[in-house]
Design a protein around this ligand. Structure first.
Ligand SMILES: Cc1cc2nc3c(=O)[nH]c(=O)nc-3n(C[C@H](O)[C@H](O)[C@H](O)COP(=O)(O)OP(=O)(O)OC[C@H]3O[C@@H](n4cnc5c(N)ncnc54)[C@H](O)[C@@H]3O)c2cc1C
Length: 412
């Protein structure tokens, strides 16, 4: 493989690893530079909706994902008092959208992508390599990395910053303001399934909506663990994914009698919580400069109210690899095409997530109105149909391997 087919990827998160696989499929060599010295199973649950499940299946991840994912039958939406509002039938995804809806542990998805990458001789993963600087020159891009082993330079035809919310490549390329706190904190934990109420072990995504707070829980790791995420209005900020939290501060946002006993009982269970401040950024007008571009959270971080952060990074990867394959000698033009194909969609999803932020946390008469609309006017089928524009998305280029909806039963 000629050096001119080498693409440097900053970050071995979900977006970076998916991109490396998509590039290798298109005949490129990918060098993935990751700051962490080890890729551990960090994070908690991620929702893999059909739009991105389709990409992952096309990259050969189906069998491995099936062994760790859960395919929920529905999203069950309740208000804080425990009243059922709607059941969104996402279990219908394989027939409705041609690809399944999965929920997984982020670490499990990352491990699946990593295992696939290790099988590809055209993918090199360099751990402990923090991208600090880069220089563009007539032959491409040279990146300067620092890490425990010292500093090292890497050269390639182009560079993709898939380095997440605090992207160094974005800071170097655009130099805009850092992400701003969204005034929301997410407390996350994973519970062994046998510790929760049997009802909560079912293959269902549970969503509870309350004044200033909501709660999401669903099984992951083939049903062995329950992912619990409590998101509430909160002005405190922490950086990163692993700041410790405690039950007392969580429960303060889920008071009696507003919150039904089963929801509070679940929140009382965990001994350990992790706190994570939600950050937001306004959409960017342009995110490529010559042979350097951005992908995933580095360019369009999403509030998690549409569960589309990882999905958009995965979609980006498919579109970017396709654009490069169409213009292999002109990465600058390929990146302009990629950006053009992605800007409107990712901006729309960012906006939809912000809208849900307002709707989820309503209180008083506005919440009553929301509940009535969900229960009586819309219903599950219509709510699902409102997501068609997200879930029915197809990657460009040659048709991927057809979706295999044959998941083992919900695995709860
Ligand atoms: C540790 C962690 C845990 C997460 N947990 C959850 C979760 O529980 N639920 C959820 O919905 N979302 C979670 N996310 C976010 C979610 O994974 C992302 O929103 C989504 O997958 C977008 O992926 P991305 O590849 O753009 O960014 P990320 O998944 O954030 O990946 C970015 C990668 O780039 C690396 N990196 C950063 N800076 C540099 C640098 N200068 N040089 C080299 N490498 C660099 C990071 O170490 C990371 O591996 C988590 C992200 C991380 C990093």
């Amino acid at each position: 493989m000629a050096a001119s087919r080498t693409i440097l990827v900053a970050g071995a998160g979900i977006g970076g690893l998916t991109l490396a696989l998509a590039l290798a499929d298109r005949g490129f060599r990918a060098v993935v530079l990751e700051q962490s010295p080890q890729l551990e199973a960090t994070g908690a649950g991620l929702q893999i909706s059909p739009n991105c499940a389709r990409v992952l299946i096309g990259l050969g991840a189906a069998e491995r994902l099936k062994s760790v994912a859960v395919a929920p039958d529905s999203v069950r939406v309740r208000n804080a008092g425990g009243r059922d509002l709607v059941r969104i039938p996402i279990g219908r995804s394989p027939s409705a959208y041609g690809a399944p809806y999965w929920v997984v542990h982020r670490g499990d998805l990352q491990a699946v992508l990593l295992a696939l990458a290790k099988e590809r001789p055209d993918i090199s993963l360099v751990l402990g390599a923090r991208v600090d600087e880069y220089a563009v020159h007539p032959n491409g891009v040279t990146v300067a990395c620092a890490g425990p082993g010292g500093s090292a330079d890497f050269s390639g035809l182009a560079l993709v910053g898939a380095d997440g919310l605090w992207s160094r490549v974005r800071a170097r390329m655009i130099g805009d303001a850092p992400p701003r706190p969204a005034g929301r904190t997410a407390w996350r934990t994973l519970l062994p399934a046998h510790l929760v109420d049997p009802e909560f072990r079912a293959a269902t995504v549970n969503l509870w909506l309350g004044r200033g707070a909501h709660l999401v829980h669903y099984p992951v790791r083939a049903g062995a663990l329950i992912n619990v995420v409590a998101i509430a209005a909160d002005a405190d900020t922490v950086t990163g994914w692993s700041a410790p939290g405690n039950a007392e501060e969580v429960l303060r946002h889920y008071p009696e009698p507003d919150w039904a006993a089963p929801a509070r009982a679940l929140l009382k269970r965990p001994e350990r919580w992790l706190r994570w401040t939600l950050y937001d950024r306004p959409p960017l007008r342009h995110w490529s400069r010559g042979p350097v571009t951005l992908l995933g959270d580095a360019v369009h971080p999403m509030l998690p109210f549409m569960a589309q952060g990882a999905a958009m990074a995965i979609e980006d990867a498919a579109v970017l690899a396709d654009a490069l394959a169409r213009q292999p000698t002109d990465p600058a033009q390929a990146f302009r095409d990629y950006e053009h194909q992605r800007r409107e969609r990712t901006t729309d999803v960012q906006r939809a997530a912000r809208r849900n932020d307002r709707v989820y946390h309503l209180g008083g008469p506005a919440a009553l109105g929301r509940d009535l609309v969900l229960r009586l006017a819309l219903g599950g089928d219509l709510v699902l149909a409102q997501h068609d524009w997200i879930y029915d998305w197809r990657p460009p280029g040659p048709a991927p391997v057809s979706a295999d909806p044959a998941m083992p039963a919900g695995s709860a």
